[in-house]
Ligand binder design. Structure first.
Ligand code: UVW
Length: 330
């Protein structure tokens, strides 16, 4: 059943059905997965996750906290309390699911929008899902915030496997902070002979993960905000290109794919226009803080850009984001 009377301009709501919850991931068909598998020629696998306790430094003092491990006992045979010859340890982790290498689900970012044509904006998410009904967000209520629709488990259920295509922004800009718009993106794609097809997962290698690893506890917010490339999400032509390209997901080794700021410039519709465009309007998951360094170097040396990407998030019902250990196979 269609959940909206109005849909946002430039959105694809309804295109994959009134009840769709996986957006552009619908474009990763069996045929496209076979084409992705055909990119495996050497059989070399690249893990694309940071250690999940990175970034460190000032980032760890932000709203997202680093994971905390605690041992738990399984009966009496925990190694802290040996009572039988066998030694078994169990773990408990307190983890902010979007602290480090992650996927954002479509329940992560919505927008105030007049879904019903009444002139009253309501909290809205991809394909007309609603705050309070599908994505429950009132921390003061009796029910803990969670997603009854659009949660990360919907992405896990797809297997999240397809053809990854890497664009090497680090090769062009090094560690300079540059906002890459449509002009730059298409120029670099041409120079690097990179093409994308519908269903592809675009991976942006910017080099920020190296900065994060190198600086460790010395990482400052300033370095995070001023290092390496981001997408210029205020460039309408870039957003249009994302729509037209048919790409099914975008992942980057930087903080938020676009520049991160929760303060919109005066008159701007969204604080994070790429999040709004991808997660809210088109159903394109965003991956952040991936580790693309070794894969990027390997592909660069061989003038290649494509690989099989396997990157399922946790199958954790109701979560709006998830750590991920993506694997690229070339
Ligand atoms: C926000 O946009 C708030 O977070 P992230 O960059 O992790 O998606």
């Amino acid at each position: 059943m269609q959940r909206w009377k109005n849909r946002p301009e430039g959105s694809n709501w309804g295109e994959f059905g009134a009840d769709d919850e996986i957006g552009r991931l619908n474009l990763i068909t069996a045929q496209r997965r076979r084409a992705a598998a055909a990119e495996v020629r050497e059989g070399i696998a690249f893990p694309l996750s940071l250690p999940l306790d990175f970034p460190k430094g000032e980032y760890a003092h932000g709203p997202r906290k680093p994971p905390e491990l605690a041992s738990t006992a399984l009966g009496h045979n925990n190694h802290f309390l040996p009572a039988v010859p066998d030694v078994v340890s169990d773990d408990l982790a307190t983890i902010h699911l979007q602290y480090s290498t992650q996927w954002d689900s479509f329940a992560h970012a919505g927008s105030m929008f007049d879904l019903d044509g009444t002139g009253e904006p309501v909290v809205a998410y991809y394909n007309g899902h609603r705050g309070g009904e599908h994505v429950i967000g009132d921390p003061s209520g009796s029910v803990r915030p969670h997603a009854d629709a659009l949660g990360i488990e919907t992405i896990a259920a797809t297997g999240m496997q397809g053809r990854g295509v890497l664009l090497d922004l680090e090769r062009v800009y090094g560690r300079e902070r540059v906002a890459v718009g449509y002009e730059q993106l298409t120029e670099i794609m041409e120079a690097q002979h990179v093409t994308v097809e519908p269903g592809d997962i675009l991976c942006l290698y910017t080099g920020l993960a190296e900065v994060v690893l190198e600086l460790g506890a010395e990482l400052t917010q300033e370095r995070l905000d001023t290092s390496c490339a981001v997408l210029d999400s205020r460039d309408e032509r870039l957003l249009r290109w994302i729509t037209d390209s048919g790409i099914s997901a975008i992942a980057a080794d930087n903080h938020a794919v676009e520049a991160f700021s929760m303060a919109p410039p005066p008159g701007a519709e969204h604080a994070l226009p790429l999040h709004a465009h991808c997660l809210f309007k088109l159903g394109i998951p965003l991956g952040e803080l991936w580790y693309l360094t070794e894969l990027g170097a390997w592909l660069r040396e061989r003038e290649r850009s494509r690989f099989l990407l396997t990157a399922p998030p946790l199958n954790l019902p109701g979560a709006v984001g998830s750590p991920v250990t993506p694997v690229a196979t070339v």
